[in-house]
Design a protein around this ligand. Sequence first.
Ligand SMILES: [Zn+2]
Ligand SMILES: [Zn+2]
Length: 282
Amino acid sequence: MTHFVLNNEPAIRMAFFIGIFLIVAIFELLVPRRPLSTSKTSRWFGNIGIVLINTVLLRLFFPAAAVGMALWIERQGWGAFNNIGLPYWLKVVLSVIILDFIIYLQHVMFHAVPLLWRLHMVHHADLDYDLTTGTRFHPIEIILSMVIKVAAITVLGPPVLGVIIFEILLNGTAMFNHGNFFIPLKIDRMLRWAVITPDMHRVHHSVFPSEANHNFGFNLPWWDRVMGTYRAQPSRGHEGMTIGLNQFRDPSRLTLPWMLVLPFIGKQGRYAINRRGTRAED
Ligand SMILES: [Zn+2]
Ligand SMILES: [Zn+2]
């Protein structure tokens, strides 16, 4: 099983990406949560365009990527997990959980450090919220994120299978929890104990910094509850809330070239956590 996954890793990841993309896209058409406020075609052109750029850049700079790094660390016998005698399955489970916590901390850091926030603004500047928002990250943020992941893998020495599962989960849940589809509230409440639902992460895309500085998780919902950054619902409800950033409201500027230069020319606003105001909607 492990060998099969290792030998077919790119194909398995691509199959999950396309499969989850199609399933979420169909749900968005059948049971949309909110009407879109801007042209879906131009948004998707930009959001999918940036994914293609990021994929090519990662291949160029990190041809082996996180999985290759885990394999190499394992062969060297480096990293904590390669030097402690835990059962293999437990190492796999713990690796997924620990890597997810690191991604949570990284996300908080991108909201707290003004220079990093400039990069992360690209993710938040989307004026609508659908599965393609979940794939919209500035190329420098993607590269920094890979550097952090590689550093974490070097220290942790997780089993390669754990890294593959984590990468597939992160990719899949990012599309799921940015999905613009309706989940009955009772089911949403139950799901929130195991996964981050679209309603939970949508709070994080509110124009109000007091709401956007909550719900930083991507895979597991526990970190926000444990770290005190959980917020159940937006103050104006999911239909009434405004998505995006206050300083970027012009849809005609949400093109692919604009996304690429946004960190360098855009105003950073009052979003960084340490600049939070005192009013409820700051
Ligand atoms: Zn964010
Ligand atoms: Zn998001």
